[in-house]
Design a protein around this ligand. Structure first.
Ligand code: ATP
Ligand code: MG
Length: 279
């Protein structure tokens, strides 16, 4: 396919047509390339979830257009295929469990798509392996940790053979190890399987793992670029209620104090290498 996998053109969304002054999305232009890992950040109420729901036709633009693999999400005949191609993982792991056994939970999506049973079994096995949850296939999902539940939710989407995975604050209810599990899983799926990932997060250090960071403010995309480019704009981010990752903030202080270090350092390793080049 030529062109981006997902393209938003001048997308405006109003939840209440009677309140034209209240716009949740305000003229958003955005493209996501196949195989890209995009992080979306922004303060509360900036429009991140509204944007996410436009990517798989859960919401339709009030004005403008969203195209997924060339399909217009407003086309009623396209909605089903768009939802199969773009899978969503939400914040609360408990709300996404639909079955009492892990492998049945993962099978739910392809069953709904009418996939043939023997194919479903193969897909479930493969999807659980991709999120490293094979050994839990016969367990009860509600007894798993938050990170494990989110990995099962991701497997359920993978079993539908999507093009893109959209995670809306899917790590925000997890403990640090659960967050690491989920982040490592999506990074691996992106690098090894070429899965396109749109990761909405309020943890800026997670955004540092992306190819591109998109910053939203009051329904608009106000800044985007590589994590390094975006994180050098600490003052601007602060004005929007966002903070650079702690390690980048520290690097900024050290650089300002005259140490030979990039103010846009993204990792502890990078800071250590800059300060102790021989180590
Ligand atoms: N169902 C709804 N009905 C009416 N207004 C809504 C609805 N959902 C969101 N909004 C409004 O749209 C705007 C964008 O909300 P949205 O949930 O997309 O932001 P967000 O960036 O995801 O915020 P958060 O960080 O809190 O998740 C906000 O002003 C919000 O109050
Ligand atoms: Mg939200």
């Amino acid at each position: 396919m030529d062109g981006p996998l997902i393209r938003l053109e001048q997308v405006t969304h109003r939840y209440d047509p009677g309140r034209p002054d209240q716009v949740a999305l305000d003229g958003v232009d955005l493209e996501v390339a196949a195989g890209e890992f995009v992080a979306v950040v922004g303060a509360n109420g900036s429009g991140k979830s509204t944007l996410a729901k436009h990517l798989n036709a859960l919401l339709l633009p009030t004005e403008g257009a969203v195209r997924v693999a060339g399909l217009d999400t407003r086309d009623p005949g396209a909605a089903w295929e768009v939802r199969r191609m773009v899978g969503m993982v939400f914040q609360n792991p408990d709300n996404q469990i639909v079955a009492t056994v892990v492998e049945e939970d993962v099978a739910f999506g392809p069953e709904n798509l009418g996939v043939e049973p023997s194919t479903i079994r193969a897909r479930v096995k493969e999807a659980l392996a991709m999120v490293r949850m094979s050994e839990f296939r016969a367990r009860a999902p509600h007894l798993l940790s938050g990170g494990q539940k989110q990995r099962v939710a991701i497997a359920g989407i993978l079993a539908m053979r999507p093009r893109c995975l959209v995670l809306d604050e899917a790590t925000s209810m997890l403990d640090p190890s659960g967050r690491d599990e989920v982040l490592n899983t999506i990074r691996r799926l992106n690098k090894d399987e070429g899965l396109t990932v749109v990761h909405i997060t309020h943890f800026m250090e997670e955004a540092g793992a992306a190819d591109r960071v998109v910053v939203m403010d009051r329904g608009r995309v106000v800044l985007q670029g590589s994590p390094r480019t975006v994180f050098t704009q600490a003052r601007r981010l602060e004005r929007m209620g966002l903070e650079v990752p702690p390690i980048t903030a520290l690097a900024g202080i050290l650089a300002a104090a005259g140490l030979p270090i990039s103010a846009a350092s993204l990792s502890v390793e990078e800071v250590v290498d800059a300060l102790c080049p021989s180590s």
